[in-house]
Design a protein around this ligand. Structure first.
Ligand code: SF4
Length: 408
């Protein structure tokens, strides 16, 4: 095999890592600043953005240790039977790249994933060596996210938690049956076991320390996972039911949804076109409603059904429950306000604060929430009532975002 220079490896292994969802910017339009013109290029090799546990948006070097893989998961471009350029970093190369990028202020951390080489343990050991060397040899205090290999031994997974801020294990497909068909070498039960063990480690290691006891070494503060959307026949309701179960059972910080990308020479069992990106977007919105707005999964969309792609899930819910509206922003409780279209969690908190001083008008709500466009047909204020508009036949159409017509 030809020896690849570092830049070529970086090009291959950062491109291969783009299928791992961890980013807020993965859907961003790509712009470059070639020729020294413009700022804000999103083309930098391997650099993406993610949210740290404290909510900060941080830049990460996002790469695979290698895109060689002994497995043959049908939906994955790195599967053993795929005809793609391959590369592999050494542990030292990843450590040096991370430090160099960090010192130049390009990144604030590392997101490291990998194809499986030789065995799960061998691969995991290499990844742990990267994180360990960064922390212990170089006193690296940036963010580290390690993607765990589910088949790796529990000891190695626990060791990964000692050096990473966040760990994740990909569930990949919403249904175990689909996983058995499309990724026969993966073991759905093994993935769940690995997540369960990691949950216990995270809870044990981050539990408050009793007075007089030594503080244990820092440990990862959370785990997350990724579900591929549109590679199998799972409906949005099935996907969200899976997410709700994962949040409940393993206390995950996040479930990431990644729209399936058709791959060259893909299996005939896979779709030939990718699902619309708006589907991924609606799933994130629905996930948000479950985590921060008090919605049960079944209230948003039933298993076996898809989300409405034309309006956001909260608006879709409100349109199905018009009898619950309009709500009076001057008297409604927090839970009710959170269920009102157009009112975000921060806006609701501001409304609650402001109404302690005065009766709010529509302009007041606009001032604290930024806009009342979507909320207007669903709220009553001191100077506004939507009258029959909440039940009007044209309400739904008025809330659908205008679409740019295709030129072709
Ligand atoms: S194990 Fe991971 S990298 Fe390997 S083929 Fe499956 S999804 Fe791809």
């Amino acid at each position: 095999m030809a020896v690849l220079d570092l830049k070529r490896k970086l090009a291959i292994l950062s491109d291969a890592a783009k299928y791992d969802a961890s980013c807020a910017s993965s859907g961003a339009q790509k712009r470059d600043s070639l020729g020294g013109k413009g700022v804000g290029s999103t083309e930098g090799m391997g650099i993406c953005h993610a949210y740290a546990p404290d909510g900060r948006c941080i830049s990460l070097l996002k790469i695979l240790l290698t895109n060689f893989c002994i497995y043959d998961c049908a939906y994955c471009i790195n599967r053993v039977s795929s005809n793609v350029a391959r590369a592999r970093f050494t542990v030292k190369e990843v450590v040096d790249l991370t430090l160099n990028f960090y010192k130049r202020n390009y990144i604030e951390g590392l997101f490291l994933s990998s194809g499986v080489i030789r065995t799960g343990d061998y691969t995991m050991e290499e990844m742990v060596r990267v994180a360990k060397s960064l922390r212990l040899d170089h006193d690296f205090r940036g963010y580290i996210h390690l993607k765990l290999i589910p088949e790796a031994s529990p000891e190695l997974a626990a060791e990964a938690g000692l050096y990473a801020d966040r760990v994740s294990i990909n569930v990949e497909l919403p249904g175990d049956e689909s996983l058995a068909i499309l990724a026969p070498e993966k073991d759905a039960a093994g993935i769940k076991k690995a997540m369960g063990r990691m949950r216990l480690h995270i809870e044990d290691r981050n539990a408050p320390v009793k007075a007089g006891r030594a503080k244990p070494r820092k440990f990862a503060t959370g785990q997350s996972t990724q579900l591929i959307v549109g590679a199998d026949a799972a409906k949005d309701g099935d996907i969200l039911a899976r997410s709700a179960a994962l949040y409940g059972s393993y206390q995950l910080k996040r479930v990431y949804y990644s729209a399936f990308s058709p791959i060259p020479d893909g299996s005939a069992r896979l779709p030939v076109i990718r699902p619309p990106l708006v589907r991924e977007h609606r799933l994130y919105q629905a996930d948000w409603l479950m985590r921060f707005y008090g919605f049960g999964q079944g209230e948003i969309v039933a298993p076996g059904e898809d989300l409405d792609l034309t309006v956001d899930p909260k608006t879709a819910w409100a349109l199905r429950h018009r009898g619950d509206f309009p709500v009076d922003v001057n008297t409604a409780d927090r839970e009710t306000l959170l269920r009102t279209p157009g009112l975000g969690a921060r806006g609701v908190d501001r409304i609650l604060q402001a109404r302690a001083q005065t009766r709010l008008t529509l302009d007041d709500v606009k001032r604290v929430c930024g806009s009342v466009k979507r909320a207007k047909p669903f709220i009553v204020t001191a100077d506004w009532t939507p009258g029959a508009a909440t039940d009007g036949e044209g309400l739904r159409a008025s809330l659908v975002a205008p679409q740019q017509l295709s030129l072709f």
